[in-house]
Design a protein around this ligand. Structure first.
Ligand code: SF4
Length: 243
């Protein structure tokens, strides 16, 4: 098993799929431990410190507290998110590495307009979210994030391990349900993001997030005026002109 772990980044796609299949039967903590053991310092963990982030942050504090949690401050986040980040990081003893875009938020708005998110959210995500992460992403071998299959139709096919370019994406929570998350947060007495009480069940930047209604997907309140469903970390190259 140890040699399999060391070599996982060089597995071909079929072998990686089989390794992922084996981890289907593991717990989230075991999946995360596998990733830490496999990639060591080459493991990147990004968290939005959003409504669903508490479980993975807690697991990280138990398995990988020696490694930082990377947080992208786009300049458009809710103040409640920044307060939640500080509170839960202190409670769990986490080191948070904050990334920011090269351009100041006021300058970005002055240059592209205060409706740029409405016109072209991929452009805004490209400059304010994708670009700040690029150097760390390029240097990493594994990337942990909290995607779950039951969050939206777009995430139904999320695997525990998946190749993305030179990286292996790791999703320790892939098989958890919304109820599992609620149970875990309660069992560990973890604080809730303050906006959850106002029915924000997936929380990104303020201009692009609304509360959800009964029966909607957890992520239905994100970029609700478009068919965009993901945060833009995989959108077109940052720096292109906006539409
Ligand atoms: S989520 Fe919205 S405000 Fe945030 S970076 Fe993307 S488009 Fe811009």
């Amino acid at each position: 098993m140890t040699s399999e772990r060391r070599e996982v980044a060089s597995l071909d796609d079929d072998e990686l799929a089989r390794a992922s299949e084996r981890l289907e039967r593991a717990t989230p903590a075991e999946r995360l431990a596998f990733a830490v053991d496999t990639f060591g310092e080459g493991l990147l963990f990004t968290s939005s410190f959003g409504a669903q982030s508490g479980v993975l942050l807690h697991l990280w504090s138990e398995v990988a507290r020696h490694l930082p949690v990377v947080f992208i401050d786009t300049g458009f986040l809710f103040p409640e998110t920044l307060a939640y980040r500080d509170a839960i990081a202190e409670r769990l003893g986490l080191t948070v590495r904050v990334l920011r875009p090269d351009i100041a938020t006021a300058d970005f708005v002055a240059r592209w307009g205060d409706d740029v998110q409405r016109r072209d959210p991929d452009f805004c995500c490209g400059l304010n979210k994708v670009a700040p992460l690029a150097p760390l992403r390029d240097a990493a071998r594994g990337w942990v994030s909290g995607l779950r299959r039951d969050q939206s139709r777009a995430r139904e096919g999320v695997r525990v391990l998946a190749r993305e370019g030179h990286l292996v994406r790791v999703h320790p929570l892939a098989t958890l349900t919304k109820a599992d998350v609620a149970r875990y947060l309660a069992e560990h007495d973890l604080p809730e993001h303050p906006l959850v009480a106002r029915r924000y069940l997936s929380i990104g930047c303020a201009p692009c997030t609304r509360p959800i209604a009964d029966g909607e997907d957890e992520r239905a309140g994100r970029w609700a005026w478009t068919n965009k469903t993901e945060c833009g970390l995989h959108a077109r190259a940052p720096g292109d002109e906006p539409r």
